[in-house]
Design a protein around this ligand. Structure first.
Ligand code: PDD
Length: 319
């Protein structure tokens, strides 16, 4: 049998009201997530700190996007923000106690909501309860070596649907792009639609030219990463000009720098694209400034969160 045992030790997960070991968590095969990919998800970082506390980063924005995703596909949000925070906190704490998550490990909260279980039929069934799944597992951020060398990417035509703004679990298009990268010893596939940059298989993409940072505008053609708004803020803080605009394939290939961003990668420099060096072939000054500013933003949010709970009973977790 394949395996959940691959995830070791067995984390404690939340499924439909219960905390259970991942190896025992089951959904019926008629769950519409399984049958139709009819559901949405979120991935939010929880950072560990020397104090032993763990703090979420930009969780408010992640929960707002989650609410938007369920709203866009007509699922009633199973929890309000406070409910989700409480739930993520419970799962994280359970894993610190029983699931093998060390207090000094950064973690990722994975949340999935599907329309629920019903007799197979494409249109929304009446009266079904959404399936709710929350998992908190260790996060391995890219290391210093990877940041120093940058990563190699390949490119491909974006053949996905036109609702990429919904964080849908229907990820076949993204899966194929990630596999294309893997088969070409690349970290990520940068996609183009009609000659314009969209995004990676699981990341947003940025280019820098002459010190100006640009990214494709928010639209239905990309998922608006939580790092999108964050990086916009960081450019202002760093005095870097930012432009949200259409970016041609030629511009990407002529860029001084390319950067990818996501919850699990933070920001990473791309130093080769389709076998050719990006700019000087080394991480650039815009990346360096954004990476430093990102780390400052993490520290600032953690400090604010810790201050906020100083008088609360919850000792270790601040979500
Ligand atoms: N993916 N675009 C796509 C298609 C993504 O899947 C992601 C993130 C992003 C960046 O979003 P954010 O900054 O909120 O992580 C953009 C997550 C990490 C995943 O699927 O695991």
């Amino acid at each position: 049998m394949t395996a959940v045992s691959e995830v070791s030790p067995d984390p404690i997960v939340y499924l439909n009201g219960e905390l259970v070991p991942l190896s025992e968590a089951r959904v019926p095969v008629l769950d519409r997530g399984f049958i139709f990919g009819d559901g949405i998800y979120e991935v939010a970082p929880l950072y560990a700190h020397a104090s032993g506390r763990r703090t979420a980063f930009r969780l408010k924005q992640h929960l707002t996007r989650l609410a938007r995703s369920v709203g866009k596909i007509g699922i009633a949000n199973p929890f309000d923000d406070a409910g989700w925070r409480e739930l993520i906190g419970r799962v994280a704490e359970a894993n610190e106690t029983d699931g093998g998550l060390r207090a000094d490990q950064d973690a990722i909260a994975y949340i999935q909501v599907t329309r629920g279980v019903a007799k197979r039929g494409h249109a929304f069934p009446a009266g079904v309860k959404p399936t709710v799944f929350v998992m908190v597992t260790p996060l391995s951020l890219p290391g210093a070596a990877q940041r120093a060398s940058g990563v190699a990417c390949v490119s491909a035509e974006d053949r996905r649907w036109l609702n990429c703004d919904i964080k849908s679990v229907s990820l076949l298009g993204n899966v194929l792009m990630a596999q294309y990268a893997a088969e070409n010893d690349a970290f990520e596939t940068l996609q183009f639609r009609d000659g314009l940059l969209t995004e990676g298989s699981s990341s947003n993409v940025w280019i820098a030219k002459d010190g100006v940072l640009a990214a494709p505008p928010r639209s239905n053609k990309i998922l608006e990463g939580i790092r999108y708004g964050l990086i916009e803020e960081l450019t202002a803080e760093c005095g870097i000009r930012f432009e949200a605009r259409d970016i041609t394939e030629a511009e990407v290939r002529a860029a001084d720098e390319i950067i990818v961003s996501s919850a699990t990668k933070e920001v990473l420099p791309v130093t080769r694209l389709d076998g050719a060096p990006v700019g000087a072939g080394q991480p650039g000054a815009v990346f360096a400034a954004l990476y430093a500013a990102y780390q400052r933003a993490k520290a600032a949010e953690a400090a604010a969160a810790q201050e906020g709970v100083e008088n609360e009973s919850r000792e270790r977790l601040t979500v």
